[in-house]
Design a protein around this ligand. Structure first.
Ligand SMILES: C[S@@+](CC[C@H](N)C(=O)[O-])C[C@H]1O[C@@H](n2cnc3c(N)ncnc32)[C@H](O)[C@@H]1O
Length: 291
């Protein structure tokens, strides 16, 4: 099993800087369920690989009980600390061995995670815990499109948007786990094909979550990426005697910050005053009545 969200170096950033899932996504999932389920099925939802609860809490008011599970005890610790709702519980558990009874779940979701699962085992578990007419929603996003603010010339803004977005996208690629990159690059097309269900839908275009960010938040997002930590670990192992100055030459946090300050011509501006929009394009596989 891939274990990349384990220590506090990453989970502290995760809870603070990953986007919460927005109402447009929740509505889309519930519309799919309501159109296909015969009863008012809103008893139990499970969020598999819930992290610190970004998707779990978005569904809070729609279910009597919600359980978030994650393989990482530190993610679960952060999720519990951030939890404000009596109907949500967080437990350590895995996608391949979901700690719930048979035919108990009305909706199973998994956000920005299933590209890392053992999909064969996960689908068997999903079918086991879901009610016969239950629904499943698997969704994710890639690094966001960044649109600088306070840059008046539209052509220059577009160029800076393209350059910054592609740098962030490059820094979000895993070195070690190529298969998960492939699943994300094709926006879960392959995962959609692998899901066996009576009804299924693949959404790739029109679900966009928009966030107002400053440079501190963009750097926080970078620090919440597994790819950033994997890369730093590999580089530190390869350059054991590197000085602080040498580390700065390949530390992607330093490179990204320097890039933005230089290219956006904002060298004298405080990080919290460098403003931008971050647009997360969500892709999603919806399924009902797993086979
Ligand atoms: C990118 S985070 C997503 C967290 C959250 N769902 C979100 O959207 O922000 C991926 C999460 O998947 C968890 N994870 C990875 N493989 C898992 C598995 N096989 N079973 C349970 N959790 C897993 C990691 O610990 C991590 O918290």
């Amino acid at each position: 099993m891939i274990r990349v969200y384990e220590n506090e170096d990453i989970t502290k950033f995760y809870v603070k800087f990953r986007p919460k899932f927005q109402e447009c996504l929740v509505e889309r999932v519930l519309k799919f369920c309501n159109e296909r389920q015969e009863n008012d099925n809103q008893d139990l939802m499970v969020d598999v690989a819930c992290g610190s609860g970004q998707a779990t809490s978005a569904f809070q008011k729609h279910f009597k009980r919600i359980v978030g599970i994650d393989v990482s005890p530190n993610q679960i610790k952060e999720a519990r600390l951030a939890n404000e709702h009596d109907n949500i519980k967080y437990e350590v558990g895995t996608a391949e061995n979901i700690p719930l009874g048979e035919s108990s779940v009305d909706l199973l979701i998994s956000a920005t995670a299933c590209h890392r699962f053992d999909l064969g085992k996960f689908f068997t578990e999903a079918k086991r815990v879901m009610k016969p007419d239950g629904c499943m929603a698997l969704f994710s996003y890639n690094a966001p499109t960044i649109i600088p603010k306070n840059i008046k010339d539209p052509a220059r803004r577009q160029v800076l948007s393209d350059k910054t977005t592609s740098l962030l996208l490059k820094y979000d690629k895993s070195y070690k786990y190529e298969q998960s990159n492939v699943y994300q690059e094709d926006k879960y097309r392959d995962i959609f094909k692998k899901v066996c269900a009576e009804n299924k839908q693949w959404i790739t275009e029109d679900l966009v979550m928009k966030c107002e960010w400053n440079l501190v938040q963009m750097m926080g997002f970078l620090h919440s990426l597994a790819a950033y930590h994997e890369y730093m670990k590999i580089m530190k192992e390869e350059h054991k005697d590197a000085s602080e100055e040498e580390v700065k030459k390949w530390d992607r946090a330093v490179l990204l910050r320097d890039f933005v300050k230089r290219e956006w011509e904002m060298e004298g501006v405080k990080d919290e005053d460098v403003m931008m929009e971050a647009h997360f394009y969500v892709y999603m596989v919806l399924a009902n009545k797993l086979k």
